[in-house]
Design a binder for this molecule. Structure first.
Ligand SMILES: [Cu+2]
Length: 162
């Protein structure tokens, strides 16, 4: 009887350890880490270096930490990114912190439209890879399924021990 309890425990632990990684599909990237989204005064070296340490995939999120009213985040075209053109951005989020979901692969360009912030270096360009999963929809349902399975087994195990 004792050995079957141990077997149950081993099975539960094995299932949990297999399932948990599959539920962590999206990555949240905090832009600039603790520096946040601010004026850098170094061109865009701070954000270029930061981006080089990241791997961006479709479904990931960017978190821009800034004080509302002091900065904003505008996604712009490549043509607008170089000269910091603030007219006709693709999107503009005036409220910090701003969380932006990366919904398409390819290059994405973000700037602050306040004053000379962009030209001083508050600008970020990233390259987003296609999602790691080749079949996003089934993967999503698989994720929610795998989250349910360990709970079911844990409940079964708890019932068993009682
Ligand atoms: Cu700014």
């Amino acid at each position: 009887m004792a050995s079957s309890k141990i077997m149950m425990m081993v099975a539960v632990i094995a299932i949990v350890s297999v399932c948990v990684p599959s539920t962590v599909a999206q990555t949240s990237h905090t832009v600039g880490d603790t520096f946040g989204w601010n004026v850098t005064n170094d061109g865009s070296v701070t954000y270029t270096n930061w981006a080089a340490r990241q791997t961006f995939a479709v479904g990931d999120t960017l978190v821009f930490n800034f004080t509302t009213g002091f900065h904003d985040v505008a996604e712009v075209s490549q043509a607008a990114f170089g000269p910091c053109t603030i007219t006709n951005p693709i999107s503009n989020d005036p409220n910090g912190p701003a969380t932006i979901t990366l919904s398409t692969a390819g290059n994405h360009y973000y700037i602050c439209t306040f004053g000379r912030h962009c030209s001083l270096g508050q600008k970020l360009s990233i390259t987003v890879a296609a999602s790691n999963s080749t079949t996003p929809s089934p993967a999503n349902s698989a994720s929610s399924f795998s989250a349910v399975v360990p709970i079911t087994f844990l409940a079964a195990a708890l019932a068993f021990f009682h």
